[in-house]
Design a protein around this ligand. Structure first.
Ligand code: SF4
Ligand code: SF4
Length: 176
């Protein structure tokens, strides 16, 4: 049996059988419904839908007044297993709660465990849907509160096609 299995491409045949089954089913379904069934997406022109629970890049959030939600409790900094978050606690005029004068995130060491988000009792941070995280320079992985391309509140240029509003109807608009 083992020699026969080696000589005859049984595994290839069973794989092709499965492929044929799904191809036939989709083909018939598309013909019956007279609708276009999109199996592929014209990426990058068309943004890709990401599963709602996808863990992308760390991003800070603001409240309705546009104020930074983070109150510098340092829970995320302390729980991060790879120590990629650095926060400096400070004050801001007219604000009662502490204000982060610095919030840095070294993305190249992030393992996307989401411990930081879970530890935040103020819903101040999320792991957004940005999956295009490649960069040419190491500096591009350093994200902070300020900076044209490394802004913690915005999608960085490499992620311009990552975010799709169709990812989740309830998902915040990460591009604002
Ligand atoms: S996702 Fe995990 S590794 Fe990345 S910053 Fe948050 S706690 Fe740290
Ligand atoms: S856990 Fe939340 S509120 Fe606390 S420092 Fe981190 S982001 Fe800010």
């Amino acid at each position: 049996m083992s020699i026969l299995k080696k000589l005859l491409p049984i595994d290839i045949a069973s794989g092709m059988k499965l492929t044929g089954k799904y191809f036939g089913r989709n083909f018939l379904q598309a013909n019956r419904s007279k609708k276009h069934v999109h199996i592929t997406v014209e990426y990058p022109e068309t943004p890709i839908s990401i599963a709602p629970r996808y863990r992308g890049r760390l991003q800070m959030l603001r409240d309705e007044q546009g104020e930074i939600k983070c109150v510098c409790c340092l829970a995320c900094e302390k729980i991060c297993p790879t120590q990629v978050i650095t926060i400096n606690k400070g004050k801001k005029e007219g604000r009662k709660t502490p204000y982060p004068t610095r919030y840095d995130f070294e993305m190249e060491r992030c393992i996307f465990c989401e411990f930081c988000v879970e530890s935040c009792g103020f819903d101040s941070i999320i792991l957004n849907h940005q999956f295009e995280l490649a960069a040419y320079n190491r500096e591009d992985f350093s994200i902070g509160m300020h900076g044209e391309y490394q802004d913690m509140f915005r999608v960085s240029p490499v992620g311009q096609y990552s975010i799709s509003s169709s990812a989740s109807p309830d998902a915040p608009d990460y591009t604002q």
